[in-house]
Design a protein around this ligand. Structure first.
Ligand code: FES
Length: 142
C-alpha cells in the first residue's frame, strides 16, 4: 500500500516538474527546488514584510556592515515562482552596497530567472518591493 502511494506521489512530482519545465527556466526551477538564502533571521539590522495582492507574503532580512549587505535572507509562504523570485532578489543584492540595492528592479529579477510567465510577474514585484522596504527600514533606523 505504502509503495503504491509513494510511487503515485513520485509520478505526480515528475509530471508537475515536466509541466514547470515548459514555462520556467532551469535556473527558476532550481531556485524553486533549492531556494537560496531562505529563512528568517533573529537579529537583523533591517527587515520588511509585504503581503502581495495574491495573498502571499514575502519577508526580507538584512545585516549591513560598512554600507554593504553582509548577510541577507528571505522567507515566503508563497508558491514556487515566489521562492524563485526571493532567491533571485537576495542573490542579486548579496554583498552589494546599500545604495546599489535601490537600482534592482523587477526586470532584473525576471532577466536573472530567464523570464517568467505573465501570471508570475507579480512575484518579482513582490520580491523587489520587499527588498526596497527592508532598505527603507535600514535608512529609517540609522
Ligand atoms: Fe503571489 Fe507569487 S503567486 S507572489
Amino acid at each position: 500500500m505504502k509503495d503504491n502511494f509513494d510511487e503515485a506521489v513520485l509520478e505526480l512530482q515528475e509530471s508537475i516538474l515536466e509541466e514547470a519545465k515548459k514555462i520556467y527556466s532551469e535556473k527558476a526551477i532550481q531556485y524553486f527546488l533549492h531556494p537560496r538564502n531562505f529563512g528568517r533571521m533573529n537579529d537583523p539590522d533591517a527587515s520588511a514584510i509585504v503581503k502581495g495582492s495574491c495573498g502571499d507574503t514575502m519577508e526580507i532580512y538584512l545585516v549591513i556592515k560598512d554600507d554593504k549587505i553582509s548577510s541577507i535572507s528571505f522567507y515566503t509562504d508563497g508558491c514556487g515562482s515566489t521562492l524563485a523570485c526571493g532567491s533571485s532578489v537576495t542573490e542579486l543584492a548579496k554583498e552589494k552596497n546599500i545604495k546599489d540595492i535601490l537600482k534592482i528592479s523587477p526586470s532584473d529579477v525576471i532577466e536573472d530567472l530567464g523570464g517568467l510567465p505573465d501570471e508570475a510577474l507579480h512575484c518579482s514585484i513582490l520580491a523587489v518591493i520587499t527588498l526596497l522596504k527592508s532598505v527603507a527600514d535600514y535608512f529609517l533606523k540609522t
